[in-house]
Ligand binder design. Structure first.
Ligand SMILES: [Zn+2]
Length: 171
């Protein structure tokens, strides 16, 4: 059975009912997030409240949790805290994006339907770093263990472009 956060919901019905929906979404199951990050695990929990404003269905989304990402320097796991509160305007065509008031963030709900997972994903794509790194190089687990000798191989390959540059300069 598919989890509740992955079910397409009718945004007009949500707004008319001023629905409150609690959710718990495993990040590894969000496809767009997974394609953007080398590795993502963890869970966010929160609540969405639906209303109408300025002619749009508005989703007040608040969530917190932690994403476990792979540091792109040492490839070890790092925890990135997630804590967000945003107001999303659900638009049914991209042309409506221009009419969304500035304090709302437009999100496309194609066919007037959206899943809670899509709303969470949209916000995480903006909130999480695309290239996650430990705050300090010294925090990287591998740095202390790997001997410096290993760096020789990549250095050789980076010398090639400089050799070509030399040739060009001699012309
Ligand atoms: Zn690291």
């Amino acid at each position: 059975m598919s989890p509740p956060w992955s079910k397409p919901l009718d945004i007009d019905r949500l707004a008319d009912g001023e629905a409150d929906i609690d959710f718990a979404v495993p990040l590894a199951e969000l496809p767009r997030l997974r394609s953007q990050l080398a590795s993502v695990e963890g869970m966010v929990r929160g609540r969405v409240h639906f209303t109408r404003e300025s002619g749009f269905v508005v989703a007040d989304l608040s969530m917190s949790g932690a994403a476990t990402l792979a540091c792109q320097r040492c490839l070890q796991a790092m925890a990135e805290p997630v804590s967000s509160a945003v107001r999303l305007a659900l638009i049914t065509t991209e042309a409506d994006a221009g009419r969304v008031p500035e304090h709302l963030e437009p999100v496309l709900a194609a066919g007037g339907r959206v899943t809670i997972g899509e709303l969470v994903e949209e916000e995480l794509l903006l909130a999480l770093p695309i290239v996650p790194l430990h705050a300090e190089a010294s925090d990287c687990a591998v740095a202390k263990d790997v001997p410096a000798v290993k760096e020789e191989a990549p250095q050789q390959s980076t010398q090639k472009p400089f050799a070509q540059l030399d040739k060009l300069l001699k012309r």
